[in-house]
Write a protein that binds this ligand. Structure first.
Ligand code: PEP
Ligand code: CO
Length: 462
């Protein structure tokens, strides 16, 4: 007789929790839909549509995050601040995948450990905003909250929240996932052919020489292993790729929260790795209520205002069993605030013995406006926050286990500085983001090289 599947036995179903129990709490950052009937119809349709990921993949990622917590691998999470419906094209998707693959190659080579690759895509369509409305020339309209909610143009029609957009976001996410899965299964990520990931710039970038040397060295190692074993190393042909997004719009997340036949509990099947943004991380808020009951690995953004005791309560609410792989804390303090803000949090979590994966987001604390009106970030501040994070973890006896970045495979000019020393004037050339400024492919790769230099110096091993 087959033994019962241990994963069918509930271990700790959250009390009083249901996929919709968040509705009894205060839900910040939610759009006001003019027609509740239409919202209910969109939710009902989402409930019938197939999921975007499986519980098996979700549990596999949870194990990888548990490994990263122990220092056996490193997490690379990156993608757009906000995906756009019209960015669901083969070029945008494959270029973003190329940059993430190139960065992960740099990290694998330099850190000498596996990299867990997590995209900020296939669902990153809802955005928190600092104000509910925007006023231009005396006209006040709802703020743009991401393509899943409304459209960025400043007209009443574009800005009115439309629940049908959730159904479209699901479809666009499915198209994105389908293409990423097909590329990877088809050998696009094959380590034997890193030249598949080259973007046009590689020939003329100031970083090209360093990147080429790494690629050659990886190719040599692969050939060496294959010569030694007398056979092709097949598992180098396929890499794992996981998805993540800020699970902000709960009317979208709830209908995709499901039970499955072979595993106990509830899974958010819209993504492998949802996170709670800084603005919606209140302990008694709707987002924490929703997240506490799902079995996915989850993350929370931690900003400079977070106090140690509040963080410990949040950790307890989201991971009461102190389970490995369950909880990631993504700190995003800013280059000027991290030295004061982070150490008390690291100490408190270490003293409590809580198992978390610490990840640094060096983007969101470093946003500023230029004199010519662009929202930007300086590469030097991004790099500085990352370097300080590595040093602060080393001093606290904790481990920096990953990075979280906003980047694109396109040749945009949204962040200042980097190897090409982009200036405020350059921002005018190719500023395309409708929300936060992203690293372009070259700045992203430069940052991966910086992570390697910092870790290579042995500063982040706990
Ligand atoms: C984001 O990741 O785009 C974001 C809004 O971040 P945070 O919640 O850290 O401000
Ligand atoms: Co952002």
């Amino acid at each position: 007789m087959p033994s019962p599947d241990p994963d069918l036995q509930p271990v700790n179903l959250a009390d009083g929790w249901a996929p919709g129990s968040w509705r009894t709490r205060t839900a910040l950052q939610m759009p006001r839909y003019p027609d509740p009937g239409e919202l209910a119809r969109a939710e009902a349709e989402l409930r019938t549509l197939p999921p975007l990921v499986t519980s098996w993949e979700i549990l596999a990622l949870r194990q990888r995050i548990a490994d990263a917590q122990e220092g056996r691998c490193f997490l690379l999470q990156g993608g757009d601040c906000a995906e756009a419906f019209d960015g669901c094209t083969s070029e945008v998707i494959s270029n973003r995948l190329k940059v993430l693959l190139q960065m992960s190659l740099v990290l694998v080579h330099g850190l000498r450990k596996p990299v867990v690759r997590v995209g900020r895509f296939a669902g990153q369509y809802a955005k928190p905003r600092s104000a509910d409305t925007e006023t231009i020339d005396g006209v006040t309209l709802p703020s743009y909250r991401g393509d899943m909610v409304n459209a960025p143009e400043f007209t009443a029609a574009a800005r009115t929240p439309d629940p049908r957009r959730m159904v479209k976001a699901h479809a666009r996410s499915a198209l994105t996932m389908n293409f990423v899965r097909a590329l990877i299964d088809g050998g696009f990520a094959d380590l034997h052919h890193p030249e598949y990931w080259n973007l046009a710039w590689v020939g003329h970038s100031p970083l090209a020489g360093e990147y080429r040397r790494m690629v050659d060295s990886v190719a040599d190692s692969v050939r060496f292993m294959e010569t030694l074993s007398g056979q092709a190393v097949h598992n180098l042909r396929r890499v794992d790729f996981y998805t993540s997004h800020e699970a902000l719009l709960l009317p979208y997340e709830e209908p995709l929260t499901r039970q499955v036949p072979r595993h106990w509990g509830w899974f958010n099947l819209s993504t492998h790795f949802p996170w709670i943004g800084m603005r919606t991380a209140a302990l008694d808020g709707a987002h924490v209520e929703y997240f506490r009951g799902i079995r996915n690995p989850v993350a929370v953004k931690v900003g400079p205002a977070m106090k140690a005791d509040a963080l410990l309560r949040l950790v307890e609410a989201l991971n009461p069993g102190n389970e490995p792989g369950r909880l990631t804390l993504i700190h995003r303090m800013g280059a000027g605030a991290i030295a004061g803000g982070l150490p008390p949090l690291l100490d408190a979590v270490r003293r409590e013995g809580s198992r978390v994966l610490w990840v640094c987001d060096p983007m969101h604390g470093n946003t500023e406006s230029t004199s010519n009106g662009y929202k930007t970030r300086r590469f030097a501040n991004i790099a500085s926050e990352l370097e300080q994070a590595a040093d602060l973890h080393a001093a606290a006896g904790t481990r920096l286990g990953g990075v979280h970045l906003e980047l694109t495979g396109e040749d945009v000019t949204e962040c200042l500085g980097g190897a090409r020393e982009l200036t405020e004037r350059d921002l005018e050339r190719a500023y395309r983001s409708s929300v936060d400024p992203r690293l372009n492919y070259e700045q992203a790769l430069e940052l991966a090289m910086l992570v390697v230099r910092k870790h290579g110096a042995g500063t982040t091993n706990a």
